[in-house]
Ligand binder design. Structure first.
Ligand code: NAD
Length: 304
């Protein structure tokens, strides 16, 4: 095993890179030769406050290790902030090849206590932020016919978690956004994927600490960074996919559909028929996935 997946000549923008996962992704890509824009507005877990310190610290770490990086303190969730983050890459390093969309906040709350501002704030940072950053970088990717875009979603969206409805909604929106963007790449060597990470960062809720405390190394974010680096590399040709990584575990994760049942579409189907077929409709022993919504529609509307 060597270190042949190098990023010499590549420029990477990593958002929320002053702490946790983003810090680790930045260090790994810089170690492998990428020039890195370390973006972080230095907020609290709930998205409050601002500081240049986290991004500056990571840039200093990278430079001490012999790498090249520049800090950016803008916030991802405004059009202007996103543009400025991408501009930092273009002005200082002349291009952008890789965007790791990683910045995130967490405001846990049961549904009845979610305030309107908190709901907007969560969607703003995660979902508006994803769109603003992707839209700012897209013309550069398209212009050169090359790019790697990695979105950070969450198993909290894929599988749900109590008290995380706002977070789940925001992170779930990223799946739909990512999948649709992946269908816009055309012939370009442009790849758009998403990850579901697991690592012991300040974001992980208290109850998970039982895993990390008893198993040193389990929560190391470097496990996730290995996946991010592969998805960010030109060798990776997968597009529109979702991958899980954490604690040394790596797997493709998919939204699936059961084989289901097909009734004669020339006659009305009754609710009783649906009720009788319920076990078959729910049977996940034989599942299918689809390359895009057209493929899914072709399956549904093709009775043959
Ligand atoms: P973290 O809190 O350690 O790091 C997040 C960073 O994002 C912070 O440094 C923060 O200052 C920055 N940030 C927040 N809002 C920003 C904004 N508007 N603009 C720029 N920077 C901003 O958390 P982490 O665990 O490293 O999380 C990284 C990503 O992974 C997040 O998107 C998170 O939702 C996701 N995630 C993490 C886990 C996990 O196990 N740690 C699990 C699922 C998803």
């Amino acid at each position: 095993m060597g270190d042949n997946l190098r990023f010499g000549g590549r420029v990477a923008v990593i958002t929320g890179a002053g702490n946790g996962l983003g810090r680790c992704h930045s260090s790994l890509l810089a170690l492998r030769g990428a020039k890195v824009v370390v973006n972080d507005c230095g907020s609290s877990l709930a998205g409050e406050g601002q500081s240049s310190q986290p991004a500056d610290n990571v840039v200093a770490e990278i430079e001490r290790a012999g790498g090249t990086a520049i800090a950016n303190y803008d916030t991802v969730h405004t059009r202007e902030g996103a543009r400025s983050i991408v501009q930092t890459a273009v002005e200082h390093f002349g291009r952008i090849d890789i965007l790791v969309w990683n910045a995130g906040i967490l405001i846990p709350s049961p549904l009845e206590d979610i305030s309107d501002p908190d709901w907007r704030w969560m969607l703003g940072v995660h979902l508006d932020g994803s769109m603003f950053m992707a839209r700012a970088a897209w013309p550069y990717f398209k212009g050169r016919g090359y790019g790697r875009l990695i979105f950070t979603s969450s198993s909290g969206a894929m599988y749900g978690q109590g008290d995380l409805a706002a977070y789940g909604a925001a992170k779930g929106g990223i799946f739909g956004f990512m999948r649709s963007l992946a269908r816009e790449v055309g012939e370009d060597d442009l790849r758009v994927n998403a990850i579901l990470p697991g690592a012991a960062t300040r974001m992980v809720l208290e109850e998970s600490s039982i895993f990390w405390d008893e198993n040193p190394g389990l929560g190391n974010p470097a496990h996730v960074s290995a996946l991010v680096a592969y998805l960010a590399h030109e060798q990776c040709q997968d597009n529109g996919r979702i991958y899980t990584a954490g604690a040394g575990f790596f797997a493709r994760t998919e939204i699936m559909e059961a084989r289901g049942i097909r009734f004669d579409h020339r006659r009305p189907v009754t609710p009783e028929q649906v009720a009788d077929a319920w076990p078959q409709i729910n049977d996940l022993s034989n599942v299918e996935t689809f390359s895009d919504a057209i493929a899914h529609g072709t399956r549904i509307f093709n009775p043959a």
